[in-house]
Design a protein around this ligand. Structure first.
Ligand code: ADP
Ligand code: MG
Ligand code: MG
Length: 207
């Protein structure tokens, strides 16, 4: 069970991870974008960090919605509205819940991923964050169907997310800034897919 206290602790760790990987994510974005993905993510989660102390005793839905709104207003770029809507929609799906069990967690995550798909009008294979999100979701749901242990579910998700990240190297970008490069985007790893894999890896490290 994940309550508000646990969720805010996880969000704090995600923020630390984004700051830790800020330069790496920015370097990935230098190759196929505008060299700011790590900076954007670290800035957004630093703003989230400031709000966390006041959020720990709120319900799951309110916490996730506040995180989403904070990301939208501080991250900027493509990733701000995308990660922002993911958290806002996930929060809306968790309205009024004081804690999340495994099926709530998967529902929140799936709702967030669908929000990214809608907002970015993108699908699998377009060299975006969805290329780690979608395989990770599929793997977690498949694992959860046979094994209700959150650790096993998250582990399966993390493996699939990193496989997905690796897969972005062979893809031609058709969405976002990297699409301006067309075939020249091939050979480079997508920054947004990478930040999501770090996010999930951080969540998994806390269970
Ligand atoms: P910007 O490209 O505006 O500078 P960021 O560098 O922070 O924003 O984020 C870039 C990442 O956003 C990409 O690596 C990709 O994963 C993701 N992205 C861009 N456009 C889309 C989209 N339409 N759908 C899903 N993800 C996208
Ligand atoms: Mg960028
Ligand atoms: Mg930018």
């Amino acid at each position: 069970m994940v309550d508000g206290k646990k969720l805010t602790a996880v969000l704090l760790q995600i923020g630390y991870k984004m700051t830790e990987e800020k330069e790496y994510l920015t370097r990935l974005d230098a190759a196929i974008g505008d060299s700011d993905h790590g900076i954007n993510m670290a800035r957004g989660f630093e703003a989230v960090e400031k709000k966390l102390p006041a959020l720990a005793d709120k319900d799951i839905g309110s916490i996730l919605k506040t995180v989403g709104m904070t990301l939208v207003s501080t991250v900027g770029g493509a990733s701000g509205p995308l990660y922002g809507s993911a958290f806002m929609k996930a929060g809306a799906a968790m309205t009024g819940k004081e804690d999340m069990d495994l099926s709530d967690f998967l529902e929140a995550m799936r709702t967030g991923v669908e929000a990214v798909q809608m907002r970015g009008r993108a699908g699998a294979g377009e060299k975006t964050m969805l290329d780690s999100m979608l395989p990770a979701m599929d793997a977690m749901e498949a694992e959860a169907a046979g094994n209700a242990q959150i650790q096993a579910v998250l582990k399966a998700g993390v493996i699939a997310a990193w496989d997905g990240v690796e897969g972005t190297k062979d893809m031609i970008a058709t969405k976002g800034r990297a699409s301006y490069l067309g075939e020249r985007s091939v050979g480079h790893q997508d920054p947004g897919a990478t930040s999501f894999a770090y996010m999930l890896e951080t969540i998994a490290s806390m269970f």
